[in-house]
Design a protein around this ligand. Structure first.
Ligand code: SAM
Length: 327
């Protein structure tokens, strides 16, 4: 694992980034971590409640994969997934004889459910904002059908939009012929086959110029891949492979190869704390550990916390054979 720093978690509240040893002092949190390593901690909590207990100016970046439509991880619909009985989750059609993993479908969300996305992400953004240092970047995984609600809600919460990271990935969403009329309309797809995943990118407003903010907090920009290559907003990816899925059994597991690129870019000076408020099986924490960053995760579901405890160290050292672009 390249460059894992042995340092205590979290800079001091109200202080600039851990660019000085004083700023690297551990900070008290109100809850006991469910799991921790030298550079990473995982809490079992509701993230908005947890954020309300955190010191201001203590987090330098967020990389997170929330429930895109909210309902899929609500106890009602999630229990249906666990029981293998539908709800918002559906099994994509199998065309090659292999059983597919369930995917939540967002075309069925009602107006009320869509409005709830806006309400939730604005509340999340407002809870997050004071906990972040100025210039902290926030990357939020989403879906083309709902990402604009998330983006607008974060704008309303006080963040500035900095673009969107496109994860190029062929998924099983879309591309279907009209239900019940496949033969009548063989040349028609109801929606495009989805081949990308948007990650909304926003930033907490900076103090002064970017260079001032970088000096004071170590944030405000993005870490380059190399001297000649900036971080780009399109990243080629694959669906999460079976070997990673065997390590971390979570229905929304993101692949390390992709996550490491995003996480690494979020700390322009290579220092600070990365937060994932919807940690699932801990894949962001694993990616942060792999690139040598401190990280904190929050996950409310006890079963996924249990998965994460086991999975984080294994995912952190997982190699899929494709080196990252900075190696
Ligand atoms: C899309 S999944 C994240 C999966 C993760 N990217 C991975 O690779 O394992 C979203 C996670 O957020 C959790 N969650 C939903 N609402 C939450 C909340 N209010 N606070 C904390 N966790 C929450 C869910 O239990 C679920 O595990």
């Amino acid at each position: 694992m390249p460059g894992v720093q042995q340092m205590s978690l979290l800079p001091h509240p109200e202080q600039p980034l851990a660019r000085s040893s004083a700023a690297a002092k551990a900070t008290a949190t109100t809850a006991t971590a469910a799991w921790e390593s030298e550079i990473s901690k995982l809490y079992q909590a509701d993230c908005i409640e947890w954020l309300g207990t955190q010191p201001s100016n203590s987090i330098h970046a967020v990389v997170t994969d929330p429930p895109y439509g909210l309902v899929e991880y609500d106890p009602t619909d999630h229990d249906k997934l666990r029981a293998g009985k539908g709800g918002v989750w559906r099994i994509p059609p199998s065309f090659d004889g292999h059983q597919r993993s369930p995917l939540p479908r967002f075309t069925t969300l009602s107006k009320k459910e869509l409005a709830a996305i806006s309400t939730f992400f604005e509340a999340w953004g407002k809870a997050l904002l004071p906990v972040l240092v100025p210039g902290a970047h926030v990357a939020v995984a989403s879906n083309p059908l709902v990402s604009f609600y998330v983006s607008a809600a974060l704008d309303a919460a006080g963040f500035e939009r900095r673009g969107e990271i496109v994860r190029l990935v062929q998924t099983m969403r879309g591309g279907d012929r009209p239900k019940g009329a496949h033969e009548e309309f063989p040349d028609v797809s109801v929606m495009p086959r989805s081949q990308w995943e948007p990650w909304v990118l926003v930033r907490k407003p900076i103090e002064g110029r970017v260079q001032d903010n970088l000096r004071k907090y170590g944030t405000g920009g993005l870490r380059r891949i190399s001297a000649t290559q900036p971080f780009g907003d399109v990243i080629r990816s694959q669906p999460t492979g079976v070997k990673e899925r065997a390590i971390a059994n979570h229905p929304s597991l993101k692949p390390q190869h992709f996550l490491r690129q995003v996480v690494r870019a979020m700390l322009p000076c290579g220092e600070g704390v990365v937060l994932d408020t919807f940690a699932g099986s801990g894949s962001t924490l694993a990616a942060a550990t792999n690139v040598g960053y401190q990280s904190i995760g929050v996950e409310r579901d006890a079963a996924y916390v249990a998965v994460a405890k086991d999975a984080i160290p294994k995912l952190a050292t997982y190699a899929n054979g494709t080196p990252p672009p900075w190696e």
